[in-house]
Write a protein that binds this ligand. Sequence first.
Ligand code: UN1
Length: 498
Amino acid sequence: MTQKFKNYINGEWVDSVTKETFESRMPADWSKVIGVFPKSNKEDVDLAVKAAKEAFKSWKKVPAAKRGELLGKVGDIMVKRKEELARLMTEEMGKIMKEARGDTQEGIDTAYYAFGEGRRFFGRTSPSELPNKVAITFLRPIGVAGLITPWNFPIAIPTWKMFPALLSGNTVVLKPASDTPALATKLVEIMEEAGFPKGVVNLVHGPGGSVGNAILEHNDVGVVSFTGSSEVGRHIASVCGRTLKKVSLELGGKNAQIVMDDADIDLALDGVLFGAFGTAGQRCTATSRLILHEKIYDLFIEKLVKRTEDLKLGYPWDESIDVGPVINEASMKKILEYVKIGKEEGAKLVTGGYRYEEGVCKNGWFVKPTIFVDVKPKMRIEQEEIFGPVLSVIKVNSFEESIDVLNDVEYGLSSSIYTKNVNLAFKAIEDIDTGITYVNGPTIGAECHLPFGGTKNTGNGHREGGWTVYEIFTEQKTVYIDYSGKLQKAQIDISIEK
Ligand code: UN1
């Protein structure tokens, strides 16, 4: 019997108003249905926002330390259910078991960070420019937060947004990706078990076109946070511009790893294999370009191709597997379309480049890890986000050229340089225009307590993670307290009393 899932609105598990449904299936074996979910629309969003708006009245009054304690409890439950969540993630999203545990761990880390933040939800104090007067700032919640999350980190990213939003005193309406609704439901079940008051956390399943847009257009939603493509991000920003909502966007990437001629080659190889083919290349932070110094180019490629061909594809819940499927058929087709484009552009395909259908992989969306060499800057495969296991290798003859090539894309999320030369490492840190730079590490693997986000078309200037995500979900209140007992005029009473 196929499991039927529901929306969570005002503390109740409910069907959508229309009673329409959609399915979630396994990318590793498309014949298997994970469950059936409500295909919601604007009316469901209206109910969720109404509940969230009502709940906000009392939730904002709960002390931040107490809100944090609930999130700490969420972390504790996630620790207990880590294996179960990870296993479900291999089934519903398709990342391999080790990475699925990592994704869940990132959610646990985010919960405990928020727990701690509850006791250091600090404002500032400042002397006034006038005597006998002081100024204080407080962090305050915004109201209802509309959160639209992707499928590639189906536990971690909803926690990145929900936990700081809630700790800050907002209530939330979560619209998770339609490819991973069961995982979002499990997370909300855990939050229900932890004991959030009704209406504080709401979950509405369904398509971006109806549910997502209804959230963006709703007058009672005060802040929106979205992770996904730059194309959708532009649309979200324009609606939020028109409706004057605060909006935080985490969008595309075209991340590169540079390997200089003095680098530890085997270390750089381990890095690019993990960065390019981990999560089947479906991370915003994935390494999709490898920029090699000409002196090590041939040797590096020879070793890389061999190591890539050794990667094992199969069911992601099988612990011996290195690469799982991509998320769905449309995604696989898009990736294979880019392979075609790469060949037409004159890049040289040295391994992979096709759908892999051997053994257990026959019923899933598997793409053999793919490498193009002799890729030239400005080729489409070098510029556009592919979101799959496809790596473009570019040859350069100097450090300066490697930085120019790295920077010459519309995105600026993550980057990496392998070198033993400390001067080059620091120059790279200074000259690379991305939000994140790794030295002697791959482009993936950001930690939850540090700012996460990118420059240029990767976003609109906000940073999730760490302390910076709290800037997204709060308003500043500035308070002036005058204890002089007389009218003092700022900017006018400027003379110093003798
Ligand atoms: C993403 O792909 O949107 O840095 C998030 C990493 C992970 C998060 C990726 N911790 O690779």
